[in-house]
Design a protein around this ligand. Structure first.
Ligand code: COA
Length: 201
């Protein structure tokens, strides 16, 4: 089993470390620009500027940072062995594609023919229904549910517990607030909250 390095020793990084353990990784390390020492007992071995030096051909990397914009910046700055990580409890149907760098957390369901881009977070118990297209660097928060044939643009954040009705398109770089219910397309970049969800800014 390769060495596993998580970029970002914060809360999201910790959940990824547990996910990695459940996937059988044993040599787990963190890299962080703002912390040293250890995280959850795993050593913090360097900074982002050292990622290329750590890319030795026997190491798998993932970004453990919740900010979509920061994940994008780090992924684009470092051409290394980014891998995807799927918790063993996740239900992944047939004909699903999952891009490199994407992490899928415990209890999520990804149904048939869904396409998930690169460096996404499909968080705890999220539901990605059939034929969804989730753009790169998107984050589908814990307990959020996307109905069938939903399209989520790059860098969009679907908040915790939000629901998106089937056949809805949400454009890039949107924020859908916690608990929102989206029943019409979000065609303009911005923050949408409430039931039904309305653009608030
Ligand atoms: C929508 C959101 C991004 C707004 O954050 P913000 O810009 O800091 O907004 P504020 O907290 O200042 O709230 C502004 C107003 O919107 C309201 N509001 C905030 N979030 C709301 C939500 N999810 N639904 C309905 N109204 C909301 C506030 O009550 C406030 O209303 P007021 O002006 O009448 O007092 C944020 O509240 C949210 O829902 N984030 C998602 C968090 C999440 O999913 N976390 C999971 C991480 S794993």
């Amino acid at each position: 089993m390769n060495r596993f390095i998580i970029v970002g020793a914060g809360g999201h990084g910790k959940v990824i470390a547990d996910n990695a353990l459940k996937n059988g990784y044993t040599d787990i390390f963190f890299v962080d620009d703002n912390a040293t020492g250890e995280c959850m007992g795993f050593p913090i071995i360097g900074r982002c500027s050292e990622l290329e030096a750590l890319n030795d051909g026997n190491t798998d990397f993932i970004i453990g940072i919740g900010s979509n914009a920061i994940r994008k910046r780090i992924a684009e700055e470092h051409s290394i062995n980014w891998v995807s990580l799927v918790h063993p409890s996740v239900q992944v149907a047939v004909n699903v594609s999952i891009g490199k760098g994407t992490v899928i957390m415990a209890g999520a369901v990804v149904n048939a023919c869904a396409q998930i881009g690169e460096h996404c977070i499909i968080n705890t118990c999220a539901v990605i229904e059939h034929d969804n297209v989730v753009g790169s660097f998107a984050h589908i928060s814990p307990g959020a549910k996307l109905g069938g044939t939903v399209c989520v643009g790059d860098l969009t954040h679907i908040g915790i517990g939000a629901t998106v009705s089937n056949n809805i398109n949400i454009c890039s770089s949107c924020i859908i607030g916690a608990g929102a219910v989206v029943v019409s397309d979000a065609v303009e970049c911005g923050t949408y909250v409430g039931v039904p969800a309305r653009r608030s800014e």
